[in-house]
Design a protein around this ligand. Sequence first.
Ligand SMILES: [Zn+2]
Length: 307
Amino acid sequence: MLFLFFLSIKYSIAGNNNILFNEVLPGILVYNGKNEEPNYINQGAIANKVAIIGNKFILVYDAGSSKKFAENFIKELRKYSNNPIKYLVVSHRHFDHAYGIEAYIFNKTTIYMDKTEYFYLKKEGPLINNLLIKNFGLDKNNIDFSNISEKSINFIDDKIEVNLGNRKVLIQNMGVGHTKGDLIVYDYNAKTYIMGDLVFNGRAAAFSDADIPSWIKVLKNKLVLPWYFLVPGHGPVIKNKLALDDTKNWLQFLDKSLRNAILQGDMISEIFQYPMPKEVEHLRMKSLTLRQGLKKQLNLYKKKYIE
Ligand SMILES: [Zn+2]
């Protein structure tokens, strides 16, 4: 009974979303998602989201896990600025980043997303949402996919710059990596990258829908602007370039293991027995992330390297 009481308190916190922002730099608000699986209590609010406030407009990076989350996010944002939310960048289709999109469609926000990612959002979304509701306790009214149509989205396959009023911001499609097309943002004023799920800090990066070799290349070659701060999709803000090694080392370990498995004809259960290099030992949610991603990736690697 007592447990239920606490559960209901906690739920009301996540549900009404006492959204707490961390103003990491002037005009850059970060909502730090919890480094955990989606559940009834967190309602899927597990990824980081960012708002950049300019003199005239606001840009929001990632919509969050539900319409309700996005509405609460916007409400909380109003404590900092009444400027219109002119832009929403949806980094990719995954639920914890994209499923709050309706709130921004209703607000007539200009929304940017990769075209293929939008296609998968519509195609796979309803099924994934049902799983989230059934297996992870997310709310039934998370998202209504019928309210989301192509005419509300601006597809971006390269890059553009927008001005938020004394604040120039770059929106760039980094191409295939964590997904079919990951959008990132760079704020020139604060020299800050907002990377979405191309970067995980302290946690094993989710890789089910990834192209791992091309993701490694993105991290190696495409972070060309000078930066002091980098906001990952999950985990605390990064100030030191060495923190990028969490994602790089993990991806390299996956790539090596998958190639090795193919070479030796190993099965998934055998990959689990491979020794982990000590550089990835400290990462959280390793075995869960492996379980979620290995099957699909092993098939992809087979197609690529054998057939
Ligand atoms: Zn993701």
